[in-house]
Design a protein. Structure first.
Length: 728
């Protein structure tokens, strides 16, 4: 009240100025808080859809001619459907109204139709009379009077060429790199045919053939990835895996079962790429199996199990992702994804008596068909099935890996790739880079600030302090450029010299200090506060001597090969762009911030506290340790935490001075990948709205929250230190 009364007596102009200033400051503070909140909510808004589930909505029922469908597919855009039935008819129809677009007669009758991978638009059609022929479905777009039209085609890849297999045999076909591999099984007979494609003219050379007798009866055959091996599966769940490196001389590499004792195998389907097999049993379980490299070769291992309520009757794999659908005994369709181990959605289908089903190429539609000719469609909204809490932060067993791991690998040249979006390696790399930067920066910055504020001569301080602070204006891209192209090769070529310099530097400084202390006081007193100038030659000479002794150190202590010694003796691999380089370069970027705030905090300690301590008989060092540092501790702690926040969010230095490999190893001589560097590298290449795009925004949100937690903790600790030591 007294303050308000005093203000009321101020001149009108002064009161107006105070009011405007108060409101401007308040508005500025509110704007900053609002901007931070908007950034947080925008990141959250972009990232939150990846955790949403899927939805399955009814589409429409279309009527086609009566026939027993063996294949039912949608084209890329979801406009045209293809049905191949047992009568040998291939019917293209509109998925909008069911109208017939085209008919193609393939044979007098068809026994089986299978998709030929990796080409989802290629199909192997088996005729009991003739054998197997491979067809390719195409949907060229034309414009008639500016009206867009699709004219589907179904053409034989090898015209007039039928591949003979035993009647009634189950078969599979692999077609890639101008090679065709056909494997068929009938009872205990295994038939293998390996063709070479004459690239010009699309004809098949005479195949190499092999007919083998198996030890037991197998009903299903599935060729593995790129024709590397073949799975033979029996109705009771028994499985044998044969190595096809020599197609006509296969070698058995595994024998086992896909279902537990007391269970029956009801459904079997390969996932995209055919690395994995999905097996559904009568207990409502769907298990994923894939080949795992081991000490004595490959073994088929169960990676994960999905538990549903009722027996599985059908499995339907997505064409371009590691997702699949499972139909249970009551006709309920469950949508699942292997990598994330999620059951995304389920819906009761209109009929559980359909004879064929498939998921559209874009995984946005489910099609079912029955013998009456009815085709039923369902709309699927399932944009981000790969993501779950466990997929982001837990170990995941990916296809082909010997064990569950943390891994970030967002893209690959292989279309069969299983995306790996674990954030744990990125978090580890972020903390690792910040840790090594702080190990280098904190001692130098704090000790330098203490000396500058407490011991240095005022004239020298007026030069040193602005000089250090101006380093904060140095663009980090320059530091990263120098670290990556100059410092990293220098350290690699002189690793022993760097180690020698690091060890010799404190020894040289201590020796210089000891010699300085032995000089007469009348000599040292004349240079009181200027000790820093006299120590610079020692630092330079020690570093030069360390590098000069590098070859001798390497020869005597490391057997002539420093990097080899670290690898053989300590198991530490060496990468040229590593955490040591990052620590040095990013430490230089962090030092000015920590130094400036710490120096201000120490210099701001009231003079009467220092003089009082000295007057009571304390030495300058005792005063420093017991009065100055304690009083300035809130500011020192804030400086360290602000420097840590700067190190955590640093981008360009880490981007340019490391190999950007998302590995989890505290090895000083290996690199890492941080959140900030990962965003900078991958965001320009990500598709807007994709899972990858939203994951990058999620990493930005996590980085935002980490810095928020650090700053909040720093403020809490600072306030406690201030309340404890502020009254000294």
């Amino acid at each position: 009240m007294a303050l308000n009364a005093d203000l009321s007596h101020l001149p009108t102009r002064r009161r107006l100025t105070n009011a405007v200033t108060r409101y401007v400051v308040a508005l500025g503070g509110a704007a900053v808080i609002g901007a931070i909140a908007l950034i947080f909510f925008y990141l959250l808004w972009v990232a939150i859809p990846i955790m949403a589930g899927a939805e399955i909505e009814p589409g429409q029922r279309l009527s086609l001619p009566v026939g027993t469908p063996l294949l039912l597919e949608a084209n890329e855009t979801g406009e045209i459907g293809l049905r191949i039935d047992s009568s040998g008819q291939a019917i293209f129809f509109s998925l909008n109204d069911g109208s017939i677009v085209d008919r193609v007669t393939l044979a007098s009758s068809v026994e089986r139709v299978k998709r030929v991978l990796p080409h989802s638009s290629m199909y192997a059609v088996q005729s009991p009379q003739s054998g197997i022929v491979i067809y390719e479905s195409r949907h060229p777009v034309t414009f008639d009077n500016d009206v867009r039209q699709i004219r589907p085609e179904l053409n034989a890849v090898f015209p007039d060429t039928w591949i003979d297999v035993d009647p009634g045999a189950d078969f599979d076909v692999h077609f890639a790199d101008f090679e065709v591999l056909v494997v068929a099984v009938t009872g205990t007979n295994l038939q293998i045919q390996h063709f070479r494609d004459a690239e010009a003219g699309f004809e098949l050379y005479e195949p190499r053939r092999a007919n083998l007798s198996l030890e037991r009866v197998y009903e299903r055959v599935i060729i593995g990835p790129r024709g590397a091996w073949v799975y033979l599966v029996a109705d009771d769940g028994s499985v044998a895996v044969l190595d096809l490196q020599r197609p006509t001389s296969p070698r058995q590499i595994f024998v086992g079962k896909l279902v537990a004792e007391g269970s029956s195998l009801n459904a079997l389907e390969p996932l995209l790429g055919r690395y994995s097999l999905l097996a559904g049993n009568d207990k409502g379980q769907v298990t994923q199996w894939f080949m795992v490299p081991g000490e004595f070769g490959y073994t088929l291992e169960r990676a994960r199990t999905f538990k549903l309520d009722r027996a599985i009757t059908r499995l339907i794999a997505e064409q371009r992702r590691k997702g699949f659908g499972a139909v249970d005994a009551e006709g309920r369709f469950h949508l699942l994804y292997t990598t994330s181990s999620r059951v995304l959605a389920d819906r009761r289908l209109d009929s559980n008596r359909f004879s064929v089903a498939s998921i559209a190429p874009r995984a946005n539609m489910l099609l079912t068909g029955d013998e009456s000719g009815d085709v039923t469609t369902y709309r699927i909204h399932n944009e981000h099935p790969e993501i779950s809490w466990s997929a982001l932060w837990s170990k995941i067993w990916y296809e082909g890996y010997p064990e569950p791991v943390y891994s970030w690998q967002s893209s690959s040249a292989d279309n069969d790739f299983e995306a790996k979006f674990s954030l744990t390696p990125l978090l580890f790399g972020t903390l690792k880079a910040a840790f090594y930067a702080m190990v280098f920066a904190v001692p130098i910055a704090i000790m330098g600030a203490i000396y500058t504020a407490y011991f240095m001569a005022p004239a020298m301080r007026r030069i040193v302090k602005p000089g250090v602070e101006i380093m904060a204006a140095l663009p980090t891209v320059i530091l990263g450029f120098l670290a990556g192209l100059w410092l990293a090769p220098l350290i690699e070529a002189n690793l022993a010299g760097v180690i020698g310099s690091i060890l010799a530097l404190p020894v040289g400084i201590l020796l210089t200090a000891a010699l300085w202390g032995r000089l007469p006081e009348k000599v040292t007193g004349r240079f009181d506060g200027w000790y820093g100038i006299f120590i610079l030659p020692t630092i330079i000479l020690t570093v030069v001597a360390g590098f000069g002794l590098g070859p001798w150190i390497e020869s005597v202590f490391f057997g002539g090969n420093t990097r080899g010694w670290f690898l053989n003796e300590l198991g530490l691999a060496y990468d040229q762009r590593n955490a040591l380089v990052v620590g040095l370069a990013m430490g230089l970027a962090v030092i000015p911030t920590i130094f400036s705030i710490t120096e201000d905090a120490i210099y701001g300690v009231p003079t009467h506290l220092i003089n009082g301590s000295l007057a009571l008989g304390a030495t300058p060092w005792q005063t420093l340790v017991r009065v100055v540092i304690l009083t300035a501790s809130p500011g020192i702690f804030s400086a360290v935490m602000i420097g840590l926040g700067r190190a955590v969010g640093e981008t360009m230095i880490v981007l340019m001075a490391t190999g950007n490999t998302p590995v989890m190893d505290m090895n000083l001589f290996e690199g890492m990948r941080t959140f900030a560097a990962n965003i900078a590298v991958e965001l320009p290449e990500s598709e807007v709205g994709s899972t990858h795009y939203r994951i990058l925004f999620l990493t930005a949100l996590v980085l935002f929250m980490i810095t928020f937690v650090f700053n909040t903790a720093a403020e809490v600790v600072r306030q406690r230190l201030r309340s404890r030591y502020g009254n000294l």
